[in-house]
Design a protein around this ligand. Structure first.
Ligand code: NOJ
Ligand code: NOJ
Length: 475
């Protein structure tokens, strides 16, 4: 009750602040307190993420999804979670110098070696096994198997590490530990790429571990892995393999495009769904579609963030959560974002990692827009851009408007996209603890943190959002 009241007070003050800034100035006021919070929270997230990597009592290189051992038990090395977490570590590695870079490299090296051990460990679903025990042994608990996004995300993270090392001339590390052309594969990336290239047509369980089918997220991450993998293969003089991966990627992208529903205006998250009665998803609208585009780094095609179909999907998802979560009707911050409307896991709530992902989405669209010289709004993408502007300005963005060709309009939108992105981080701040800890979810009516404590993926996504926030150009 006490904390509820406190929250209401915070809400009303932020509403006033927003009201004043909207009336006074077109350019957003610089909110130093918020900038400082982002900086401090990023640092705390980094420390907390770090504690879950090679945590005491676990194998070196493993990443626990959360220290929580019951309700829920997340004390495992999940392939998906760990790959996405280490992708954030790779971002940090990429932009660091000196001692810091060495420390991040050490973590990545440990992860690469542990991952290779995972590949060589016999499991019930082969490379599609979703998780390992923290000592690196196989997990034989009944679980949703196989999950094919794992090898894709792992290959992506490690390919980016490999590129980073090749850039500074460290090809011997890459050849020894990450990618060698020989077959059967003997290195971690090559093993994953071969697996993906030969198995992408198969069905698997979705990233939320609930449904067997053909999933946009799984296919999207596989496409990204094959695309970036082909580039790496080329650099490693594995030309035949590069062509093979590219050919598979082309066919896979054609399958991915089939998820688009012109009638509904979004990518259907699962085709050929075998969902049981517990997990039916009539909307087929799921944030994992947006997560796939964020995991990829495409500048064209189905996974391009600025593709109108992707933006239309993102808008539809936000609108659902704006409508169904009580906390979103109180205003004062951007919308809390969950997984999908029908979700009931722990009550079906917003998640930190998805809300942070929406901040990242808006920052990255802003960055991309700032680099384009032409980009025309379509009926599908109009709402995404217009929704960043106050009502009085929305007329500036109509279908057909070239929002990159007009420098003033482009600058205006880069700023408003950043502001809207900040709204999602403000939402997180509203429900965060002063020690910087995040669980998995926060309650849809009260905002209280629930489910797994210290979820590593929550921290990784916050760090990523903050990383892209810094890259948004300010005039
Ligand atoms: C159902 C949840 O929705 C899913 O995300 C979770 O991984 C599994 N149960 C296992 O706990
Ligand atoms: C449940 C999530 O649905 C799944 O994606 C994740 O891998 C596990 N929790 C562990 O964090």
């Amino acid at each position: 009750m006490g904390s509820c009241l406190r929250r209401l007070v915070i809400f009303s003050t932020s509403v006033i602040v927003i009201g004043i800034s909207g009336a006074l100035a077109k350019a957003p006021l610089v909110d130093q307190a918020f900038d400082q919070w982002v900086a401090k929270q990023t640092q705390m997230a980094e420390e907390r993420m770090r504690r879950n990597i090679s945590a005491s009592g676990t194998a070196t290189g493993s990443v626990i999804a959360s220290p929580s051992r019951k309700d829920p038990n997340y004390y495992f090395h999940w392939i998906r979670d760990s790959a996405l977490v280490m992708n954030s570590v790779q971002d940090l590695h990429h932009k660091s110098l000196g001692q810091k870079r060495v420390q991040y490299f050490q973590l990545l090296n440990d992860f690469a070696l542990f991952s290779r051990q995972n590949q060589l460990t016999k499991t019930s679903a082969g490379l599609g096994d979703p998780r390992f025990n923290v000592d690196g042994s196989a997990d034989y608990e009944p679980w949703g198997r196989p999950q094919y996004d794992g090898p894709a995300l792992r290959a992506l993270t490690l390919s980016r590490l490999a590129q980073d090392l090749l850039r500074v001339g460290n090809s011997s590390y890459v050849t020894t530990n990450l990618y060698r052309p020989e077959l059967p594969a003997t290195t971690v990336i090559k093993t994953d790429l071969e697996f993906i290239a030969h198995n992408w047509r198969r069905k698997s369980i979705d990233p939320w571990e609930e449904i067997m089918g053909q999933h946009f997220f799984v296919r999207g991450t596989q496409l990204a892995a094959l695309t970036e993998g082909a580039e790496l293969a080329t650099q490693m003089n594995d030309t035949g393999a590069a062509g093979f991966y590219r050919a598979q990627a082309t066919m896979l992208e054609a399958e991915l495009a089939k998820h688009w529903s012109e009638q509904r205006g979004w990518y259907l998250t699962t085709l050929e769904s075998e969902a049981g009665p517990d997990h039916r998803k009539p909307s087929e609208l799921d944030v994992s579609v947006v997560l796939a585009a964020l995991a990829a780094n495409a500048s064209s095609g189905v996974l391009w963030l600025l593709d109108p179909r992707m933006l239309s999907t993102a808008t539809a998802i936000e609108n659902v959560f704006a409508r169904i979560y009580a906390i979103n009707r109180q205003g004062g911050a951007g919308n809390a974002i969950g997984r999908y409307e029908e979700d009931y896991y722990y009550g079906g709530n917003p998640w930190f990692l998805t809300t942070a992902a929406y901040a990242e989405l808006h920052y990255r669209v802003a960055i991309a827009l700032s680099r384009l010289t032409s980009y025309k709004v379509t009926p599908r993408s109009r709402e995404f851009f217009a929704s960043t502007l106050p009502q009085s300005e929305q007329g500036r963005v109509e279908s057909g408007t070239d929002i990159a060709a007009d420098a003033a309009l482009r600058a205006r939108l880069v700023a408003s996209l950043k502001e809207k992105g900040d709204g999602f981080l403000r939402r997180i701040r509203l429900h965060s603890n002063s020690d910087g800890s995040f669980t998995e979810q926060f309650h849809r009516d009260t905002g209280t943190q629930i489910s797994a404590v210290d979820l590593t993926w929550s921290y990784a996504n916050f760090i990523r959002a903050a990383h892209f926030r810094e890259l948004v150009p300010t005039r």
